[in-house]
Design a protein around this ligand. Structure first.
Ligand code: PRX
Length: 687
């Protein structure tokens, strides 16, 4: 969904009440700091570096990099040789500073009556115990651990425990299917996985362990054995868990909520599967951190790639630590008495940086939310905000748009007087949603921060600062410290002043990804080959007359569905696996809530019928192969696809047909023009 033309914009000044206490109090101050961060990055980032504990200093230059494929392999090194531990900085240091009794996380479950909290001291103890569990299972520096969990405190404990002992975590969003999970486990060659028995999402009970079991079976078939599966007993004792297999587990002492009760059958593989609460019982509560090189890997996180195969984006310890902490501090203008809430799942990068590492590195109190915005009703977000007196709130445009549809009453039933900053992330926010967020949710007194970034960037790269930046609805505004953006034309020329083109960055910042796990060539090809000398985001952007940056959306074959990137190739290969399908092509299509959705053209084999049952089966294929969130919104019968004479599918034309737009542009390269009329005929009426 493209932003509105910049000419139509209105400017919103930072709220004066915020400005008084802000870390950056004016646009002038932002500009001065920004200039320093670009002209003298070492001085700027050394100040940040000094705020952390380092066991030993860098052994070489503070920053050493090559961003230009013509000069040799791409390499980015910040503070190489310096030793630290991100878990130590996030927990032990805060306890040492006297924050031991401060709440690190409130946990708000799917059911409003399910709740919990954990202080920094308690979290440190739990993390140490789990780190000792991992060690007792033979897991150590450089080993990969998969995590497939709902939004519970044990998820944060797991990732911090990995970081404490130098194991690399690979969190997979617990909405991915067994097959997707297996692909990711295999690519990273994970030796263990942490999961839970099940989870309630709204009124639905999901058996996460059975998804994991199936994924582990697929891994075994492909000759990779995951040795341990550590299972958190998350369901309440009211949900009966029946184990089949060799072992029996004790029920955890969860709060019993008023809720429907179901039976969950779990298969238990003795020797491989262990209950979290059993192994934690005997684990020691202290565990020395392992001192890691600033450039050692911290985690990988898979993101869609245009070839269809997901990329394991690799982040390293030192740079990511500094960047997640710094962006959190400035973008949300963190203050010690804040209660901060990021609604993102830790399975995505937003959760990694702004639920886990960024807030903890600042000693913040934040909320881990397991539920959905609509359960038990569409007022849940605002109810939680009042319950915990949330000051800074961070969510996705798709959530805002869907809540808008329920009307203002759900919002107005709740006070929301604690709110100061409202953030958005994941996709362009349309000005209408921005204005609703500002006026209705924020009572016209909060700063809105529309933060543009990517899994690859580690943290915010284009964002307003709440006390400094006058905002325009729909624009992510200006670069964060250390980020030097440029907008390029097709021929690679930089556009000076106003104009639209490819959004690229000219220099590395501490939080940029270092490579694609196991595939440095793909890293260079995807991000550095198209425009040598620049990191290429894959997004388009427009710079307006005042210098504001407006993200216009992906310019590759990735589709942003509700803030989740999916590749059209990934969806196509799922469809093609159905025995009735001869060929499939999928394109991005506008959607009023999701921003974009997936529209598929499917050519069936001779003799097959494009019935409603067939459509259901095809949608199901995508759910099974990728996950329910990837399900296409539209499937249309395509007796043939528009192709060039060399056989290339013309997606540009398919996008137009999907929209019912007959202004197709140049069709002279088509091998068979009659296909077009046929496809218009078969277009579903609700598209
Ligand atoms: O297209 C941009 C869009 O989301 C992509 C990154 O997706 P992912 O790696 O999954 O990370 C999402 C959370 C950081 C970008 O290439 N995107 C993200 N934030 C914005 C955005 N598009 C417009 N405005 C944003 N604020």
């Amino acid at each position: 969904m493209a932003a509105s033309p910049p000419e139509a914009d209105e400017i919103f000044q930072p709220p004066a009440s915020l400005q008084a206490e802000a870390h950056v109090k004016s646009f002038k101050e932002y500009e001065e700091l920004y200039q320093e961060s670009i002209n003298d990055p070492e001085t700027f980032w050394r100040r940040v570096y000094d705020g952390f504990y380092w066991k030993s200093p860098p052994t070489g230059p503070f920053l050493d990099y090559n961003f230009d494929v013509r000069k040799g392999p791409i390499s980015i090194k910040w503070m190489a040789g310096a030793q630290t531990n991100i878990c130590y900085n996030a927990l032990d240091r805060n306890v040492e500073k006297g924050l031991g009794n401060k709440i690190a996380f409130y946990w708000e479950g799917n059911y409003p009556s399910d709740q919990g909290k954990i202080t920094y001291s308690e979290l440190l103890e739990e993390v140490c115990r789990f780190a000792n569990v991992l060690k007792s299972l033979g897991i150590g520096v450089g080993d990969r651990v998969a995590i497939y969990m709902p939004m519970i405190v044990e998820l944060s404990i797991s990732l911090l425990a990995c970081a404490r002992i130098g194991a690399i975590h690979s969190i997979v969003f617990a909405g991915y299917s067994s097959e997707s999970l297996a692909d990711r486990i295999l690519d990273a060659e994970c030796c263990a996985i942490v999961t839970t028995d099940g989870v309630w999402r709204g009124n639905k009970l999901l058996n996460l362990k059975s998804i994991v079991d199936k994924a582990l079976d697929i891994c075994s078939e492909r000759k990779h054995a995951v040795k341990k599966s550590i299972v958190v007993r998350h369901l309440s004792p009211k949900d009966e868990v029946i184990l089949s297999g060799d072992a029996n587990g004790e029920m955890a002492d969860d709060a019993i909520a008023k809720r429907p009760c179901r039976t969950l059958k779990l298969h238990w593989q003795d020797g491989r599967d262990v209950w979290w609460h059993e192994v934690m019982q005997t684990a020691d509560k202290s565990c020395d951190p392992v001192w890691m090189d600033a450039e050692d890997p911290l985690f990988m996180l898979y993101t869609s790639g245009s070839t269809g195969k997901p990329k394991g984006v690799l982040h390293t310890v030192g740079g990511y630590m500094m960047y997640s902490a710094t962006t959190f501090k400035y973008t949300f203008d963190y203050q010690p008495d804040d209660v901060y809430w990021c609604t993102a799942d830790v399975g995505w990068i937003t959760g990694h940086t702004y639920v886990a590492y960024g807030p903890l590195a600042n000693g913040a109190t934040s909320i881990i939310f397991e539920g959905t915005p609509f359960y038990p009703d569409a007022g849940r977000f605002w109810e939680v905000i009042d319950k915990y007196k949330v000051t800074k709130f961070y969510t996705a445009p798709t959530a805002i748009r869907s809540l808008m549809k329920f009307g203002d009453e759900h919002v107005k039933r709740h006070k929301r007087t604690s709110l100061k900053i409202l953030g958005t992330v994941g996709e362009p926010i349309n000005p209408e949603a921005w204005l609703w967020y500002y006026h209705v949710v924020g009572n016209s007194k909060c700063a809105i921060v529309d933060t543009f970034w990517q899994t690859e960037t580690g943290g915010h790269v284009i964002t307003p600062l709440p006390g400094a930046t006058p905002t325009k609805p729909g624009s992510a505004t200006f670069p964060f410290f250390g980020i030097q953006p440029a907008i390029l034309k097709d021929d690679g020329q930089e556009i000076e002043g106003t104009g639209e083109g490819y959004l690229v960055f000219k220099k590395p910042w501490p939080g940029i990804m270092r490579t694609v796990y196991g595939d440095p060539e793909r890293f260079e090809t995807t991000y550095f080959k198209k425009f040598p000398g620049y990191y290429c985001t894959g997004d388009g952007a427009h710079r307006d007359k005042d210098g504001y940056i407006w993200i216009t959306g992906r310019i590759d074959d990735l589709v942003n569905v509700s803030g989740h990137l999916l590749s059209t190739a990934e969806v196509e290969s799922a469809l093609i696996e159905h025995p009735a399908v001869a060929e499939a092509a999928s394109v991005s299509h506008p959607h009023s809530i999701k921003g974009e959705c997936i529209y598929c053209f499917v050519t069936l084999k001779q003799g097959e019928q494009f019935t409603d049952e067939m459509k259901v089966a095809l949608k199901n294929m995508v759910r099974v192969k990728i996950g329910p969130f990837a399900q296409p919104d539209f499937l249309q019968n395509a007796p043939a696809l528009p192709k060039t004479r060399s056989g290339k599918i013309m997606r540009r034309i398919l996008r137009k047909i999907a929209r019912g737009d007959r202004d197709l542009g140049d069709t002279s390269t088509l091998a068979d023009e009659s296909v077009i009329e046929l496809l218009f005929q078969f277009r579903p009426s609700d598209a």
